[in-house]
Design a protein around this ligand. Structure first.
Ligand code: SF4
Length: 414
């Protein structure tokens, strides 16, 4: 490690951080202008995008404090047995880098994680020290997302929440058996213990601020977690069930899903290929159904196929509707908000617009078409004053008719 420049360390520690999706926007195409002598790269070191609590997209310096690690998680490039270049920032270096990037207007905040060095407490202390120096010594007002180290002293987690906007503890794998097999040094109870501690501190801080206006804030952007998809045999039904329990038990703002990426010199227990990226996308869609469309986890699970996985060719909302055709068609002029939210192709905004417009007039099919991206997807599931799908909803080939014709992700579909 001795003798590495800040830039060399940055190259190693930003690259090492890229596997963590818990801040994150993923799914973009990989482009790099190094060879073409053009400009820009989606893989450049250190900067990722995230969403602030007010919905703005912000740029974050995303680094590990160190990629040395005493744990040996099979899926991780930074595991103790991995033969990668190692580096370590001291807290002052991480602070200087953050401030330099910030002053140049490259970033609006910091996402900081770390391999485990010496002990969980020592590692957490180092992370907290970076946040403390930024906030207290440099009056840094930018966004800070700190990774909490499961098993660290609760007092350190409490301190982390005072300085950070968001905390996250990765559950890593959807099942306890997967965690035991692929991350033998990690303990599911310890991970959930840390998440429970953050939740308790969030609740306490919220209560205190109701009583005292100047009570300190605690992680105002809440807590999140990440699950790796496709590294073990867990099905989408397992993942949806786990995510739903985590939302309920720990008041999470987000569960991030990260498709497993094969790593160099991987353990033989890991799959050789990454799962299709569309699987990660379908899980995000199912997450939205639970958070914004009123679906219960069991209903999302009903959309899975015989192998317990969500279909890849159609989105989970359409998959559910095709399985429960007797819930359709719904009359857009009379249906409840909950019923309208079940219609494939109708997003939350379109449903609100339908509810607002139908107060003044009776809606026709053309009116609904103006509110949606594709009336073809909506038509079999609704009726209006001038449209009734008759046999369309029951057609055996409806799935083939509605499945997207190309491989392109339907990023903006409802
Ligand atoms: S704790 Fe596990 S996942 Fe985290 S850096 Fe170490 S080996 Fe990787």
């Amino acid at each position: 490690m001795a003798g590495k420049s800040i830039l060399q360390k940055l190259a190693i520690l930003a690259d090492a951080a890229k596997y963590d999706a818990s801040c994150a926007s993923s799914g973009t195409v990989r482009r790099d202008s190094t060879a073409t002598k053009g400009i820009g790269s989606t893989e450049g070191m250190g900067i990722c995008h995230s969403y602030a609590p007010d919905g703005r997209c912000i740029s974050l310096l995303k680094i590990l404090l160190t990629n040395f690690c005493v744990y040996d998680c099979r899926f991780c490039i930074n595991r103790a047995s991995s033969n990668v270049a190692r580096a370590r920032f001291d807290p002052q270096e991480a602070v200087r880098l953050t401030l330099d990037f910030y002053k140049r207007n490259y970033i609006e905040g910091l996402f900081l994680s770390s391999g485990i060095i010496r002990s969980e407490d020592y590692t957490m202390e180092q992370l907290v020290e970076v946040a403390r120096l930024l906030r207290e010594e440099h009056r840094f007002q930018g966004y800070i997302h700190l990774k909490t180290i499961a098993g660290a002293d609760p007092a350190l987690i409490a301190l982390a929440g005072i300085y950070a906007d968001r905390l996250s503890t990765n559950v890593e794998l959807p099942t306890d058996s997967g965690l035991t097999r692929l991350a033998p040094d990690k303990d599911a109870r310890q991970i959930e213990g840390s998440m429970g501690k953050v939740k308790a501190d969030l609740v306490e801080a919220k209560d205190a601020r109701k009583r005292f206006r100047h009570a300190p804030r605690f992680a105002p952007a809440g807590q999140s977690t990440q699950m790796i998809v496709g590294a073990d045999a867990a099905t989408d039904a397992d993942i949806v069930g786990k995510a739903s329990r985590l939302y309920d038990n720990f008041r999470l703002r987000r569960v991030y899903y990260s498709a497993f990426s094969p790593i160099p010199d991987a353990s033989a227990v890991l799959p050789l290929k990454r799962p299709p990226l569309i699987r990660e996308h379908r899980l995000y869609q199912s997450d939205w159904l639970m958070r914004f469309y009123g679906y219960k986890p069991t209903e999302v699970m009903q959309a899975t196929e015989a192998d317990g996985n969500l279909p890849l060719d159609i989105d989970p909302k359409l998959a559910w509707a095709l399985k429960f055709r007797d819930s359709f068609p719904v009359d857009v002029n009379r249906a409840t908000k909950e019923q309208l939210l079940r219609v494939p192709g109708l997003g939350v905004k379109a449903v609100h617009k339908i509810l607002a417009s139908r107060r003044h007039r009776t809606l026709r099919l053309d009116d609904v078409a103006r509110l949606t991206q594709s009336i073809t997807k909506v038509r079999p599931f609704i009726c209006t004053v001038d449209w009734r799908p008759t046999l369309l909803t029951d057609r055996a080939d409806l799935r083939t008719m509605l499945a997207p014709k190309t491989e392109q992700l339907e990023l903006f579909a409802a």
